[in-house]
Design a protein around this ligand. Structure first.
Ligand code: 5GP
Length: 195
């Protein structure tokens, strides 16, 4: 059967950045669920797993020493320190999935995205909350942060949001259904672009 997405021999890379609490995880999960040809990159991190997270599915959880070794050995497509922990994208994972014809979505912070904008071929998408007020409300509803951690996340979110104009696309997630429609349309359009 003909499909709207998944027609390339080699998959493309989509970089998604969004402050915590913007619904990026949900949006990317919806994409992977709808399209077999879309996979989310599994990053390495030195932060501790949260109760609902699983090794190898959400992240590969490793020590700082192991992470630094991987940096030295050139295993990361990009890496950055976010809230005092290392996060990095596995070059091998991305290349292997692309070679299988999968579009790879990297959900990474603005520092990592800026590095890739320097020359890596990808489509850059920024997702923001409708307002800072709404973001604060969403983070509070989550209750996974201490007051101090939340303040830190909010001020970092403001900084990240100021970089949105540098991305190829900017989606404001006011309504999940609408935001998803825009996101899937971007992937469909980019796959059909003449490169
Ligand atoms: P969290 O700890 O909430 O899962 O992620 C914190 C931040 O790190 C988020 O902005 C997330 O997108 C970002 N992040 C996750 N994996 C990577 C990665 O491999 N590289 C970079 N640069 N950022 C990442």
């Amino acid at each position: 059967m003909m499909k709207v997405l998944g027609g390339l021999k080699k998959g493309l890379v989509f970089v998604v950045s969004a402050p915590a609490g913007t619904g990026k995880t949900t949006l990317v999960q919806m994409l992977c669920k709808e399209f077999d040809c879309v996979v989310e990159s599994v990053s390495f991190t030195t932060r501790k797993p949260r109760p609902n997270e699983r090794e190898g599915k959400d992240y590969h959880f490793i020590s700082a020493a192991e992470f630094e070794k991987k940096i030295k050995e050139g295993e990361f497509l990009e890496h950055a320190k976010v809230f005092n922990h290392y996060y990095g994208t596995s070059l091998l994972f991305v290349e292997r999935e692309q070679a299988r014809g999968k579009h790879v979505v990297l959900v990474i912070d603005t520092q990592g995205a800026m590095k890739l904008m320097g020359g890596f071929p990808a489509t850059f998408i920024f997702i923001s909350p409708p307002s800072m007020k709404e973001l604060k409300k969403r983070l509070m509803a989550r209750r996974s942060e201490t007051e101090e951690a939340m303040e830190e996340r909010l001020s970092w979110a403001e900084k990240e949001m100021s970089l949105a104009p540098r991305y190829d696309y900017h989606i404001i997630n006011e309504d999940l259904k609408v935001a998803y429609e825009v996101l899937r349309s971007i992937l469909i359009a980019v796959e059909h672009k003449n490169h």
